[in-house]
Design a protein around this ligand. Structure first.
Ligand code: GDP
Length: 588
Protein backbone atom coordinates (compact mmCIF):
# COMPACT_ATOMS: atom_id res chain seq x y z
CA UNK A 1 0.00 0.00 0.00
CA UNK A 2 1.39 3.35 -0.95
CA UNK A 3 1.26 6.00 1.74
CA UNK A 4 0.83 8.88 -0.66
CA UNK A 5 -2.94 8.76 -0.84
CA UNK A 6 -3.57 12.17 0.61
CA UNK A 7 -1.50 15.01 1.86
CA UNK A 8 -2.08 17.63 4.44
CA UNK A 9 -0.26 20.60 5.76
CA UNK A 10 0.63 19.46 9.24
CA UNK A 11 4.03 19.81 10.79
CA UNK A 12 4.62 23.55 10.81
CA UNK A 13 3.14 26.72 9.53
CA UNK A 14 4.13 26.22 5.94
CA UNK A 15 2.30 24.01 3.55
CA UNK A 16 4.59 21.05 3.55
CA UNK A 17 2.50 18.68 1.45
CA UNK A 18 3.90 15.67 3.29
CA UNK A 19 2.18 12.48 2.27
CA UNK A 20 -0.31 11.46 4.89
CA UNK A 21 -0.73 8.06 6.48
CA UNK A 22 -3.82 7.24 8.49
CA UNK A 23 -3.05 5.21 11.57
CA UNK A 24 -5.36 3.49 14.05
CA UNK A 25 -5.13 3.89 17.84
CA UNK A 26 -2.79 0.92 17.97
CA UNK A 27 -0.87 -0.88 15.26
CA UNK A 28 1.58 -3.76 14.97
CA UNK A 29 5.13 -3.04 13.83
CA UNK A 30 4.45 -5.18 10.77
CA UNK A 31 1.30 -3.31 9.81
CA UNK A 32 3.05 0.04 10.25
CA UNK A 33 5.81 -1.13 7.91
CA UNK A 34 3.14 -2.05 5.34
CA UNK A 35 1.50 1.36 5.73
CA UNK A 36 4.88 3.06 5.22
CA UNK A 37 5.78 0.75 2.36
CA UNK A 38 9.12 -0.21 3.93
CA UNK A 39 10.74 -3.33 5.37
CA UNK A 40 9.65 -4.08 8.99
CA UNK A 41 13.30 -4.15 10.04
CA UNK A 42 13.58 -0.43 9.32
CA UNK A 43 10.69 0.28 11.67
CA UNK A 44 12.26 -1.96 14.32
CA UNK A 45 15.58 -0.13 14.02
CA UNK A 46 13.90 3.24 14.29
CA UNK A 47 12.04 2.09 17.41
CA UNK A 48 15.37 0.96 18.88
CA UNK A 49 16.68 4.50 18.47
CA UNK A 50 13.85 5.47 20.82
CA UNK A 51 14.87 2.76 23.25
CA UNK A 52 11.91 0.56 22.33
CA UNK A 53 12.75 -3.08 21.68
CA UNK A 54 9.96 -4.47 19.56
CA UNK A 55 9.39 -7.48 17.35
CA UNK A 56 7.24 -7.45 14.20
CA UNK A 57 4.11 -8.52 16.04
CA UNK A 58 4.48 -6.06 18.87
CA UNK A 59 1.67 -3.54 19.19
CA UNK A 60 2.66 0.10 19.45
CA UNK A 61 0.33 2.97 20.20
CA UNK A 62 -0.67 5.84 17.94
CA UNK A 63 1.73 8.47 19.32
CA UNK A 64 4.74 6.20 18.93
CA UNK A 65 3.67 5.09 15.46
CA UNK A 66 3.04 8.73 14.48
CA UNK A 67 6.53 9.71 15.59
CA UNK A 68 8.13 6.90 13.61
CA UNK A 69 5.93 7.81 10.64
CA UNK A 70 7.14 11.41 10.70
CA UNK A 71 10.74 10.21 10.87
CA UNK A 72 10.15 8.45 7.57
CA UNK A 73 8.90 11.68 6.02
CA UNK A 74 5.17 11.20 6.28
CA UNK A 75 2.49 12.87 8.35
CA UNK A 76 0.37 10.66 10.55
CA UNK A 77 -3.30 11.27 11.00
CA UNK A 78 -5.75 9.48 13.22
CA UNK A 79 -7.79 6.84 11.51
CA UNK A 80 -11.07 6.96 13.38
CA UNK A 81 -11.56 3.43 14.56
CA UNK A 82 -14.70 2.56 16.35
CA UNK A 83 -15.92 -0.61 14.82
CA UNK A 84 -12.81 -1.19 12.77
CA UNK A 85 -10.75 -4.06 13.99
CA UNK A 86 -7.05 -3.47 14.70
CA UNK A 87 -4.56 -5.48 12.63
CA UNK A 88 -3.86 -7.73 15.58
CA UNK A 89 -7.54 -8.42 15.82
CA UNK A 90 -7.77 -9.28 12.15
CA UNK A 91 -5.07 -11.89 12.67
CA UNK A 92 -7.02 -13.43 15.50
CA UNK A 93 -10.49 -13.21 14.02
CA UNK A 94 -11.47 -16.42 15.66
CA UNK A 95 -11.21 -14.74 19.05
CA UNK A 96 -13.76 -12.09 18.15
CA UNK A 97 -16.89 -12.00 20.20
CA UNK A 98 -19.88 -9.68 20.40
CA UNK A 99 -19.34 -6.65 22.59
CA UNK A 100 -21.93 -4.35 24.22
CA UNK A 101 -22.81 -1.17 22.30
CA UNK A 102 -21.57 2.18 23.61
CA UNK A 103 -24.25 4.84 23.54
CA UNK A 104 -24.25 8.65 23.94
CA UNK A 105 -27.35 10.79 24.50
CA UNK A 106 -27.58 14.03 22.56
CA UNK A 107 -30.17 16.70 21.97
CA UNK A 108 -31.32 20.23 22.74
CA UNK A 109 -30.86 21.58 26.24
CA UNK A 110 -33.67 20.64 28.65
CA UNK A 111 -35.12 18.01 26.35
CA UNK A 112 -34.33 15.38 28.99
CA UNK A 113 -30.93 13.78 28.27
CA UNK A 114 -29.86 13.71 31.91
CA UNK A 115 -33.28 12.56 33.10
CA UNK A 116 -33.23 9.76 30.53
CA UNK A 117 -29.76 8.57 31.56
CA UNK A 118 -30.87 8.62 35.20
CA UNK A 119 -34.06 6.73 34.37
CA UNK A 120 -32.10 4.01 32.57
CA UNK A 121 -29.72 3.81 35.50
CA UNK A 122 -32.61 3.52 37.96
CA UNK A 123 -34.55 0.92 36.02
CA UNK A 124 -31.86 -1.22 34.43
CA UNK A 125 -28.73 -1.08 36.54
CA UNK A 126 -28.83 -3.84 39.09
CA UNK A 127 -27.78 -2.50 42.41
CA UNK A 128 -26.43 -5.13 44.79
CA UNK A 129 -28.72 -4.15 47.57
CA UNK A 130 -31.94 -2.19 47.62
CA UNK A 131 -31.28 1.53 47.65
CA UNK A 132 -27.65 1.21 46.64
CA UNK A 133 -26.53 4.05 44.43
CA UNK A 134 -24.19 3.39 41.55
CA UNK A 135 -20.96 5.34 41.22
CA UNK A 136 -20.71 8.22 38.76
CA UNK A 137 -17.53 7.41 36.89
CA UNK A 138 -18.35 8.96 33.52
CA UNK A 139 -20.05 5.92 32.07
CA UNK A 140 -22.21 3.04 33.26
CA UNK A 141 -23.52 -0.28 32.05
CA UNK A 142 -27.18 -1.21 32.02
CA UNK A 143 -28.45 -4.78 31.66
CA UNK A 144 -31.59 -5.93 29.92
CA UNK A 145 -32.47 -9.60 29.41
CA UNK A 146 -28.91 -10.50 30.36
CA UNK A 147 -27.36 -8.22 27.69
CA UNK A 148 -25.24 -5.26 28.56
CA UNK A 149 -25.22 -1.77 27.11
CA UNK A 150 -22.77 1.01 28.00
CA UNK A 151 -23.91 4.61 28.37
CA UNK A 152 -21.54 7.56 28.44
CA UNK A 153 -22.59 9.85 31.25
CA UNK A 154 -21.67 13.17 29.63
CA UNK A 155 -24.53 13.88 27.30
CA UNK A 156 -24.24 16.32 24.43
CA UNK A 157 -22.52 16.57 21.11
CA UNK A 158 -19.70 18.81 22.39
CA UNK A 159 -18.22 16.04 24.55
CA UNK A 160 -18.78 13.53 21.75
CA UNK A 161 -17.03 15.65 19.13
CA UNK A 162 -14.26 16.73 21.53
CA UNK A 163 -13.37 13.05 21.81
CA UNK A 164 -13.41 12.68 18.03
CA UNK A 165 -11.15 15.70 17.71
CA UNK A 166 -8.67 13.80 19.89
CA UNK A 167 -8.91 10.85 17.56
CA UNK A 168 -11.34 8.72 19.50
CA UNK A 169 -14.65 7.50 18.26
CA UNK A 170 -16.15 5.79 21.26
CA UNK A 171 -19.82 5.95 20.48
CA UNK A 172 -21.56 3.22 18.48
CA UNK A 173 -25.08 4.64 18.63
CA UNK A 174 -26.45 8.11 19.39
CA UNK A 175 -29.74 8.48 21.24
CA UNK A 176 -31.19 11.74 20.01
CA UNK A 177 -33.51 13.07 22.71
CA UNK A 178 -36.28 15.36 21.43
CA UNK A 179 -38.94 16.75 23.76
CA UNK A 180 -42.38 16.13 22.30
CA UNK A 181 -43.67 19.46 23.62
CA UNK A 182 -40.85 21.49 22.09
CA UNK A 183 -39.93 19.72 18.85
CA UNK A 184 -36.78 20.12 16.80
CA UNK A 185 -34.56 22.94 18.07
CA UNK A 186 -31.15 24.33 16.95
CA UNK A 187 -29.11 21.96 19.12
CA UNK A 188 -31.18 19.02 17.84
CA UNK A 189 -29.98 19.87 14.34
CA UNK A 190 -26.42 20.39 15.59
CA UNK A 191 -26.52 16.97 17.27
CA UNK A 192 -27.83 15.32 14.09
CA UNK A 193 -25.01 16.88 12.05
CA UNK A 194 -22.34 15.91 14.58
CA UNK A 195 -23.60 12.31 14.60
CA UNK A 196 -23.78 12.23 10.80
CA UNK A 197 -20.27 13.65 10.47
CA UNK A 198 -19.04 10.81 12.66
CA UNK A 199 -21.06 8.23 10.74
CA UNK A 200 -22.78 7.07 13.92
CA UNK A 201 -26.38 5.80 13.62
CA UNK A 202 -29.15 7.68 15.42
CA UNK A 203 -32.05 6.30 17.43
CA UNK A 204 -34.61 8.99 18.32
CA UNK A 205 -36.13 9.12 21.80
CA UNK A 206 -39.24 11.30 21.65
CA UNK A 207 -39.38 12.33 25.29
CA UNK A 208 -41.92 13.97 27.61
CA UNK A 209 -44.93 12.19 26.08
CA UNK A 210 -46.57 12.48 29.52
CA UNK A 211 -47.01 16.21 28.97
CA UNK A 212 -50.48 17.34 27.88
CA UNK A 213 -49.07 19.41 25.01
CA UNK A 214 -46.82 16.59 23.73
CA UNK A 215 -46.99 16.28 19.96
CA UNK A 216 -45.19 13.17 18.77
CA UNK A 217 -46.36 13.64 15.19
CA UNK A 218 -44.86 17.12 15.02
CA UNK A 219 -41.46 15.66 15.96
CA UNK A 220 -41.76 12.89 13.37
CA UNK A 221 -42.68 15.39 10.65
CA UNK A 222 -39.82 17.63 11.70
CA UNK A 223 -37.39 14.72 11.41
CA UNK A 224 -38.78 13.94 8.00
CA UNK A 225 -38.18 17.49 6.80
CA UNK A 226 -34.55 17.14 7.89
CA UNK A 227 -34.14 14.05 5.74
CA UNK A 228 -34.42 11.60 8.65
CA UNK A 229 -37.35 9.44 7.58
CA UNK A 230 -38.72 7.31 10.36
CA UNK A 231 -39.39 3.61 10.03
CA UNK A 232 -43.19 3.77 9.96
CA UNK A 233 -42.94 6.11 6.98
CA UNK A 234 -40.60 3.83 5.08
CA UNK A 235 -37.26 5.18 6.35
CA UNK A 236 -34.65 3.65 8.63
CA UNK A 237 -34.81 5.96 11.64
CA UNK A 238 -36.14 4.22 14.73
CA UNK A 239 -38.30 6.48 16.93
CA UNK A 240 -39.25 5.53 20.47
CA UNK A 241 -41.84 7.68 22.27
CA UNK A 242 -41.14 7.70 26.00
CA UNK A 243 -41.28 9.59 29.24
CA UNK A 244 -37.99 9.71 31.07
CA UNK A 245 -39.67 11.32 34.04
CA UNK A 246 -42.38 8.66 34.39
CA UNK A 247 -39.94 5.90 33.38
CA UNK A 248 -42.19 4.78 30.53
CA UNK A 249 -40.88 3.31 27.31
CA UNK A 250 -37.32 2.85 28.63
CA UNK A 251 -37.18 -0.91 27.93
CA UNK A 252 -38.53 -0.28 24.45
CA UNK A 253 -35.67 2.16 23.81
CA UNK A 254 -33.06 -0.28 25.11
CA UNK A 255 -34.45 -3.13 22.98
CA UNK A 256 -34.23 -0.92 19.91
CA UNK A 257 -30.65 0.02 20.76
CA UNK A 258 -29.81 -3.71 20.81
CA UNK A 259 -31.51 -4.09 17.46
CA UNK A 260 -29.24 -1.45 15.95
CA UNK A 261 -26.24 -2.95 17.76
CA UNK A 262 -27.01 -6.33 16.20
CA UNK A 263 -27.09 -4.78 12.74
CA UNK A 264 -23.74 -3.12 13.43
CA UNK A 265 -22.24 -6.50 14.48
CA UNK A 266 -20.05 -4.95 17.14
CA UNK A 267 -17.15 -7.28 17.84
CA UNK A 268 -13.98 -7.25 19.89
CA UNK A 269 -11.28 -9.63 20.95
CA UNK A 270 -11.20 -10.02 24.74
CA UNK A 271 -8.05 -12.15 24.56
CA UNK A 272 -5.66 -9.37 23.60
CA UNK A 273 -4.15 -6.58 25.72
CA UNK A 274 -6.59 -3.74 26.22
CA UNK A 275 -6.88 -0.64 24.08
CA UNK A 276 -9.43 2.08 24.53
CA UNK A 277 -10.14 5.66 25.41
CA UNK A 278 -9.92 7.93 28.44
CA UNK A 279 -13.49 9.05 29.24
CA UNK A 280 -12.63 11.41 32.05
CA UNK A 281 -9.91 11.97 34.62
CA UNK A 282 -9.48 13.92 37.80
CA UNK A 283 -7.18 14.37 40.72
CA UNK A 284 -8.47 12.92 43.97
CA UNK A 285 -7.03 14.45 47.13
CA UNK A 286 -6.64 11.08 48.78
CA UNK A 287 -6.12 8.70 45.90
CA UNK A 288 -4.11 10.74 43.38
CA UNK A 289 -5.00 10.68 39.67
CA UNK A 290 -8.22 8.78 38.91
CA UNK A 291 -8.98 7.99 35.30
CA UNK A 292 -12.10 6.47 33.81
CA UNK A 293 -11.13 4.29 30.88
CA UNK A 294 -13.45 2.68 28.39
CA UNK A 295 -12.00 -0.58 27.16
CA UNK A 296 -12.76 -0.80 23.45
CA UNK A 297 -10.86 -3.94 22.65
CA UNK A 298 -9.03 -6.59 24.65
CA UNK A 299 -9.09 -7.02 28.41
CA UNK A 300 -7.66 -4.58 30.91
CA UNK A 301 -6.13 -6.19 33.99
CA UNK A 302 -4.97 -4.96 37.35
CA UNK A 303 -1.17 -4.59 37.19
CA UNK A 304 -1.18 -3.64 33.46
CA UNK A 305 1.08 -0.73 32.49
CA UNK A 306 -1.14 1.80 30.71
CA UNK A 307 0.06 4.58 28.43
CA UNK A 308 -2.41 7.39 27.65
CA UNK A 309 -1.36 10.66 26.02
CA UNK A 310 1.48 12.08 28.06
CA UNK A 311 0.71 9.99 31.12
CA UNK A 312 1.31 6.42 32.13
CA UNK A 313 0.95 4.20 35.15
CA UNK A 314 0.71 0.69 36.51
CA UNK A 315 -2.86 -0.06 37.51
CA UNK A 316 -2.88 -0.37 41.30
CA UNK A 317 -6.63 -0.84 41.58
CA UNK A 318 -9.59 -0.90 39.26
CA UNK A 319 -13.28 -0.21 40.03
CA UNK A 320 -16.47 -0.78 38.04
CA UNK A 321 -19.46 1.58 37.88
CA UNK A 322 -20.76 0.13 41.18
CA UNK A 323 -17.55 1.06 42.93
CA UNK A 324 -16.59 -2.63 43.29
CA UNK A 325 -12.93 -3.55 42.95
CA UNK A 326 -12.41 -5.71 39.91
CA UNK A 327 -9.36 -7.45 38.46
CA UNK A 328 -10.34 -7.59 34.78
CA UNK A 329 -12.44 -5.51 32.40
CA UNK A 330 -13.45 -6.68 28.93
CA UNK A 331 -14.56 -4.77 25.80
CA UNK A 332 -17.03 -1.88 26.22
CA UNK A 333 -16.53 -1.86 30.00
CA UNK A 334 -15.93 1.48 31.72
CA UNK A 335 -13.57 1.31 34.69
CA UNK A 336 -11.98 3.75 37.05
CA UNK A 337 -8.27 3.10 37.51
CA UNK A 338 -5.81 4.15 40.16
CA UNK A 339 -2.09 4.40 39.52
CA UNK A 340 -1.60 6.89 36.65
CA UNK A 341 1.27 9.34 37.14
CA UNK A 342 -0.79 12.29 35.85
CA UNK A 343 -4.17 13.31 34.55
CA UNK A 344 -4.72 12.11 30.99
CA UNK A 345 -7.00 14.12 28.68
CA UNK A 346 -10.50 12.89 27.90
CA UNK A 347 -10.35 11.47 24.40
CA UNK A 348 -6.75 10.24 24.70
CA UNK A 349 -6.45 6.71 23.48
CA UNK A 350 -4.73 4.26 25.79
CA UNK A 351 -2.80 1.08 25.25
CA UNK A 352 -0.84 -1.42 27.30
CA UNK A 353 2.92 -1.76 27.18
CA UNK A 354 4.94 -4.65 28.52
CA UNK A 355 6.95 -2.79 31.16
CA UNK A 356 7.21 0.45 33.13
CA UNK A 357 10.61 0.94 31.49
CA UNK A 358 9.05 1.07 28.00
CA UNK A 359 6.32 3.41 29.23
CA UNK A 360 8.95 5.81 30.60
CA UNK A 361 10.93 5.72 27.36
CA UNK A 362 7.80 6.40 25.34
CA UNK A 363 7.02 9.44 27.46
CA UNK A 364 10.51 10.82 26.92
CA UNK A 365 10.35 10.46 23.18
CA UNK A 366 6.86 11.91 22.82
CA UNK A 367 7.11 15.39 21.46
CA UNK A 368 4.13 17.66 21.34
CA UNK A 369 3.07 18.14 17.80
CA UNK A 370 1.43 21.23 16.43
CA UNK A 371 -1.11 21.29 13.69
CA UNK A 372 -1.20 23.98 11.07
CA UNK A 373 -4.62 25.03 9.91
CA UNK A 374 -6.14 23.42 6.86
CA UNK A 375 -6.85 26.57 4.87
CA UNK A 376 -8.51 27.14 1.52
CA UNK A 377 -5.13 27.76 -0.09
CA UNK A 378 -3.54 24.57 1.21
CA UNK A 379 -6.64 22.64 0.20
CA UNK A 380 -6.37 24.21 -3.22
CA UNK A 381 -2.77 23.10 -3.61
CA UNK A 382 -3.76 19.59 -2.60
CA UNK A 383 -6.64 19.59 -5.04
CA UNK A 384 -4.35 20.70 -7.87
CA UNK A 385 -2.28 17.63 -7.08
CA UNK A 386 -5.48 15.60 -7.01
CA UNK A 387 -5.02 14.60 -3.42
CA UNK A 388 -8.25 15.92 -1.96
CA UNK A 389 -11.58 14.96 -3.38
CA UNK A 390 -13.82 16.73 -0.96
CA UNK A 391 -13.83 19.94 1.06
CA UNK A 392 -15.65 19.65 4.35
CA UNK A 393 -17.27 22.92 5.38
CA UNK A 394 -19.05 24.20 8.46
CA UNK A 395 -21.02 27.29 7.52
CA UNK A 396 -22.11 29.91 10.04
CA UNK A 397 -24.07 32.98 9.01
CA UNK A 398 -25.41 36.02 10.86
CA UNK A 399 -28.99 35.43 9.78
CA UNK A 400 -30.94 32.29 8.98
CA UNK A 401 -31.97 33.68 5.58
CA UNK A 402 -28.39 33.65 4.25
CA UNK A 403 -27.90 29.91 4.76
CA UNK A 404 -29.85 28.54 1.79
CA UNK A 405 -28.52 30.93 -0.89
CA UNK A 406 -24.93 30.39 0.27
CA UNK A 407 -25.37 26.63 0.55
CA UNK A 408 -26.89 26.41 -2.90
CA UNK A 409 -24.16 28.57 -4.46
CA UNK A 410 -21.36 26.66 -2.76
CA UNK A 411 -22.80 23.27 -3.61
CA UNK A 412 -23.15 24.32 -7.24
CA UNK A 413 -19.39 24.88 -7.34
CA UNK A 414 -18.71 21.16 -7.01
CA UNK A 415 -16.89 19.74 -10.00
CA UNK A 416 -16.62 16.25 -11.40
CA UNK A 417 -13.58 15.47 -9.30
CA UNK A 418 -14.22 17.51 -6.21
CA UNK A 419 -17.15 18.14 -4.00
CA UNK A 420 -18.04 20.54 -1.22
CA UNK A 421 -19.61 18.78 1.72
CA UNK A 422 -21.39 21.17 4.07
CA UNK A 423 -21.72 19.08 7.20
CA UNK A 424 -23.30 21.78 9.32
CA UNK A 425 -24.92 25.11 8.50
CA UNK A 426 -26.57 27.37 11.04
CA UNK A 427 -26.93 30.99 12.03
CA UNK A 428 -25.18 32.50 15.03
CA UNK A 429 -21.66 32.94 16.35
CA UNK A 430 -18.93 30.48 15.47
CA UNK A 431 -18.78 28.38 18.64
CA UNK A 432 -16.35 25.93 20.24
CA UNK A 433 -18.65 23.14 19.14
CA UNK A 434 -18.25 24.24 15.48
CA UNK A 435 -14.46 24.27 15.89
CA UNK A 436 -14.47 20.79 17.39
CA UNK A 437 -16.63 19.50 14.56
CA UNK A 438 -14.24 21.01 12.00
CA UNK A 439 -11.25 19.56 13.81
CA UNK A 440 -12.78 16.10 14.09
CA UNK A 441 -13.88 16.11 10.45
CA UNK A 442 -10.79 17.71 8.88
CA UNK A 443 -12.95 20.62 7.75
CA UNK A 444 -12.82 24.39 7.55
CA UNK A 445 -15.22 26.94 8.96
CA UNK A 446 -16.73 29.65 6.81
CA UNK A 447 -18.20 32.57 8.69
CA UNK A 448 -20.50 34.83 6.70
CA UNK A 449 -20.81 37.95 8.85
CA UNK A 450 -20.50 35.55 11.78
CA UNK A 451 -17.83 36.08 14.42
CA UNK A 452 -16.09 33.43 16.50
CA UNK A 453 -16.61 33.65 20.24
CA UNK A 454 -13.27 34.33 22.02
CA UNK A 455 -13.23 30.73 23.28
CA UNK A 456 -13.85 29.41 19.77
CA UNK A 457 -11.01 31.48 18.29
CA UNK A 458 -8.65 30.21 20.98
CA UNK A 459 -9.71 26.64 20.35
CA UNK A 460 -9.33 27.07 16.57
CA UNK A 461 -5.74 28.27 17.09
CA UNK A 462 -5.05 25.30 19.35
CA UNK A 463 -6.74 22.65 17.22
CA UNK A 464 -5.40 24.06 13.95
CA UNK A 465 -8.80 24.81 12.46
CA UNK A 466 -8.98 27.63 9.95
CA UNK A 467 -11.84 30.10 10.00
CA UNK A 468 -12.55 32.09 6.84
CA UNK A 469 -14.52 35.31 7.12
CA UNK A 470 -16.64 36.74 4.35
CA UNK A 471 -19.20 39.47 4.05
CA UNK A 472 -19.92 39.22 0.33
CA UNK A 473 -21.46 36.04 -1.08
CA UNK A 474 -19.87 36.25 -4.51
CA UNK A 475 -16.37 36.53 -2.98
CA UNK A 476 -17.01 33.46 -0.85
CA UNK A 477 -18.32 31.46 -3.79
CA UNK A 478 -15.46 32.66 -5.99
CA UNK A 479 -12.88 31.46 -3.44
CA UNK A 480 -14.57 28.09 -3.12
CA UNK A 481 -14.71 27.74 -6.91
CA UNK A 482 -11.04 28.62 -7.24
CA UNK A 483 -10.19 26.19 -4.45
CA UNK A 484 -12.09 23.45 -6.19
CA UNK A 485 -10.34 24.15 -9.44
CA UNK A 486 -7.07 23.96 -7.58
CA UNK A 487 -5.91 27.38 -8.65
CA UNK A 488 -6.39 29.52 -5.61
CA UNK A 489 -3.41 31.82 -5.23
CA UNK A 490 -2.22 32.51 -1.70
CA UNK A 491 -4.48 35.10 -0.18
CA UNK A 492 -4.39 37.05 2.99
CA UNK A 493 -6.36 35.81 5.91
CA UNK A 494 -7.37 37.67 8.94
CA UNK A 495 -5.80 36.92 12.30
CA UNK A 496 -7.49 38.35 15.36
CA UNK A 497 -4.89 39.85 17.71
CA UNK A 498 -7.09 40.89 20.57
CA UNK A 499 -10.46 41.91 21.89
CA UNK A 500 -11.33 44.61 24.40
CA UNK A 501 -14.51 45.91 25.93
CA UNK A 502 -15.41 49.60 26.03
CA UNK A 503 -15.87 50.56 29.68
CA UNK A 504 -16.03 54.38 29.32
CA UNK A 505 -16.03 57.06 26.61
CA UNK A 506 -13.95 60.26 26.91
CA UNK A 507 -13.52 63.37 24.82
CA UNK A 508 -10.02 64.05 23.60
CA UNK A 509 -9.06 67.40 22.14
CA UNK A 510 -11.92 69.43 20.71
CA UNK A 511 -14.32 66.79 19.52
CA UNK A 512 -12.47 63.50 19.16
CA UNK A 513 -13.70 60.62 21.27
CA UNK A 514 -11.52 57.91 22.80
CA UNK A 515 -12.69 54.76 24.49
CA UNK A 516 -11.54 53.58 27.89
CA UNK A 517 -11.22 49.86 27.32
CA UNK A 518 -10.38 46.65 29.17
CA UNK A 519 -8.38 44.09 27.18
CA UNK A 520 -10.19 40.75 27.49
CA UNK A 521 -8.23 38.60 25.03
CA UNK A 522 -4.87 38.85 23.29
CA UNK A 523 -3.55 42.41 23.06
CA UNK A 524 -4.21 45.82 21.61
CA UNK A 525 -1.65 47.18 19.11
CA UNK A 526 -1.00 50.70 17.85
CA UNK A 527 -1.28 51.15 14.06
CA UNK A 528 -3.21 47.88 13.74
CA UNK A 529 -6.49 47.41 11.92
CA UNK A 530 -9.53 47.57 14.15
CA UNK A 531 -13.24 47.01 14.08
CA UNK A 532 -15.97 47.86 16.51
CA UNK A 533 -18.73 45.42 17.35
CA UNK A 534 -22.00 46.61 18.84
CA UNK A 535 -24.14 43.80 20.27
CA UNK A 536 -22.08 41.26 18.35
CA UNK A 537 -22.42 43.00 14.95
CA UNK A 538 -19.62 44.84 13.20
CA UNK A 539 -20.55 48.53 13.00
CA UNK A 540 -17.25 50.10 12.02
CA UNK A 541 -13.94 49.08 10.48
CA UNK A 542 -10.80 51.24 10.43
CA UNK A 543 -7.39 51.66 12.09
CA UNK A 544 -6.20 52.32 15.62
CA UNK A 545 -5.31 56.01 15.75
CA UNK A 546 -4.04 56.19 19.35
CA UNK A 547 -3.23 53.87 22.20
CA UNK A 548 -2.43 55.28 25.63
CA UNK A 549 -1.89 54.13 29.18
CA UNK A 550 -1.87 56.85 31.84
CA UNK A 551 -1.56 59.50 29.08
CA UNK A 552 1.60 57.85 27.72
CA UNK A 553 1.58 56.58 24.13
CA UNK A 554 2.20 52.85 24.16
CA UNK A 555 2.84 50.26 21.46
CA UNK A 556 0.76 47.50 22.96
CA UNK A 557 -1.46 46.64 25.91
CA UNK A 558 -1.95 43.07 27.08
CA UNK A 559 -4.89 41.06 28.44
CA UNK A 560 -6.14 42.17 31.81
CA UNK A 561 -5.05 45.82 31.44
CA UNK A 562 -7.02 48.96 30.85
CA UNK A 563 -6.09 51.63 28.33
CA UNK A 564 -7.43 54.38 26.13
CA UNK A 565 -7.92 53.79 22.43
CA UNK A 566 -8.85 55.98 19.49
CA UNK A 567 -10.16 54.57 16.21
CA UNK A 568 -9.60 56.59 13.04
CA UNK A 569 -12.77 58.33 11.98
CA UNK A 570 -14.94 57.02 14.80
CA UNK A 571 -16.54 59.26 17.38
CA UNK A 572 -19.40 57.08 18.39
CA UNK A 573 -18.24 54.52 20.96
CA UNK A 574 -20.72 53.04 23.36
CA UNK A 575 -20.03 51.35 26.67
CA UNK A 576 -20.20 47.58 26.16
CA UNK A 577 -18.98 47.72 22.53
CA UNK A 578 -16.20 45.30 21.63
CA UNK A 579 -13.06 46.50 19.90
CA UNK A 580 -11.31 43.85 17.87
CA UNK A 581 -7.76 44.30 16.61
CA UNK A 582 -6.68 42.19 13.67
CA UNK A 583 -4.06 41.85 10.99
CA UNK A 584 -3.93 40.32 7.53
CA UNK A 585 -1.55 37.42 7.16
CA UNK A 586 -0.61 35.48 4.10
CA UNK A 587 -2.67 32.31 4.15
CA UNK A 588 -0.69 29.09 4.18
P1 GDP B 1 -31.08 17.97 29.53
O1 GDP B 1 -30.66 19.40 29.53
O2 GDP B 1 -31.39 17.51 28.14
O3 GDP B 1 -30.13 17.03 30.24
O4 GDP B 1 -32.50 17.92 30.26
P2 GDP B 1 -32.85 17.41 31.74
O5 GDP B 1 -32.77 15.95 31.85
O6 GDP B 1 -32.10 18.22 32.72
O7 GDP B 1 -34.40 17.79 31.79
C1 GDP B 1 -34.88 19.11 31.68
C2 GDP B 1 -36.21 19.24 32.38
O8 GDP B 1 -37.20 18.44 31.75
C3 GDP B 1 -36.18 18.79 33.84
O9 GDP B 1 -36.96 19.68 34.60
C4 GDP B 1 -36.81 17.41 33.80
O10 GDP B 1 -37.45 17.07 35.01
C5 GDP B 1 -37.82 17.57 32.69
N1 GDP B 1 -38.09 16.29 32.04
C6 GDP B 1 -37.19 15.42 31.53
N2 GDP B 1 -37.82 14.34 31.02
C7 GDP B 1 -39.15 14.55 31.19
C8 GDP B 1 -40.33 13.79 30.85
O11 GDP B 1 -40.29 12.70 30.31
N3 GDP B 1 -41.53 14.37 31.18
C9 GDP B 1 -41.62 15.58 31.78
N4 GDP B 1 -42.83 16.04 32.06
N5 GDP B 1 -40.54 16.30 32.12
C10 GDP B 1 -39.33 15.80 31.84
Amino acid sequence: MSPSKTTNNQGGNKVTDLPQVKLPAVITVKQLAIELDIEPVRVIKQLMRHGIMANVNQIIDYDTAAEITSEFGYTAKHKITSRVASPHEIQKKKNLSTRPPVVTAMGHVDHGKTTLLDAIRKTHVTAHEAGEITQHIGAYQATINGRKITFLDTPGHEAFTAMRAHGANVTDIVVLVIAADDGIMPQTIEAINHAKAAGVPIVVAINKIDKPNANVDMVKKGLNSLGLTIEEWGGDIICVPLSAKEEQGISDLLENLFLVADILELKANPKQPATGVVIEAQLSKNKGPLATLLVQNGTLEKGNVVVAGNTWGKIKAMFNDHGDQIKKAGPSTPVEVLGMNGIPTAGNTFSIVSSEHIARDMMESRATSTTAPMSLTSLSSQISKEQVKEITVILKTDVQGSIEPIKTSIEKSSTEKTRVNIIHAASGNITESDVLLASASGGIIIGFNARPTPGAQQMADKEGVSIHHYDIIYKLVEDIEKTLKGILEPTYIEVIIGQAEVRAVYTSGKKNKVAGIYVKEGKMLRDAQARVLHQGKVIYQSKVSSLKRFKEDVKEVSTGFECGIGIEGLNDFQVGDIIEIYKQEKAT
